[in-house]
Design a protein around this ligand. Structure first.
Ligand SMILES: [Zn+2]
Length: 164
């Protein structure tokens, strides 16, 4: 799923333990894999090299496309954190620390995936295997409208279920 969804869900769940930012981060981290298990849509990364038969060999190539992709990823991450701070902080008066820890925890597995691409060692290899194993095997990548709408719906449902 996109980082905005991971950040918003991670941050919302972390606010359930407002006085424990480390646990909040861990809850966000765990929520990442559950969300990835739901068939979903992701935006394309031109620098990504994928091998369906051998997903452990997937990579991101640092070349001319990478900087464009980095802008997309950066915007996605900042948007997700900002949305979480607005909804949970401004509207729900949760602390900035717990929101940020939950959001960062929610996004961290995808960052660690990138670290694995560049440094293929334990414990990242096992984490990458787990990430691939948890990840939905079918996706909505050829159905972007449904894909985007379903992620907005997931964020809205989680906000409403846990915060209103
Ligand atoms: Zn992921």
């Amino acid at each position: 799923m996109i980082l905005t969804t991971h950040a918003a869900v991670g941050a919302t769940l972390a606010t359930l333990v407002p006085s424990n930012p480390i646990l909040g981060f861990a809850i966000g981290f765990g929520s990442h894999f559950i969300l990835d298990g739901i068939p979903h849509w992701d935006y394309k990364l031109k620098s990504s090299k994928r091998n369906k038969q051998k997903p452990l060999t997937n990579d991101i190539i640092i070349g001319k496309d990478f900087y464009n992709d980095l802008m997309k990823i950066g915007f996605d991450a900042i948007f997700g954190l900002t949305l979480s701070l607005l909804v949970l902080g401004t509207a729900q008066h949760q602390s900035i620390l717990i929101i940020t820890c939950g959001a960062l925890g929610g996004m961290a597995p995808d960052f660690l995936q990138f670290v694995y691409f560049k440094w293929r060692h334990e414990p990242l290899t096992s984490l990458q295997k787990f990430h691939i194993w948890m990840h939905a095997k079918t996706g909505l990548n050829d159905r972007p409208l449904l894909g985007i709408f379903s992620q907005i719906a997931i964020i809205a449902i989680v906000f409403v279920l846990f915060k209103v």
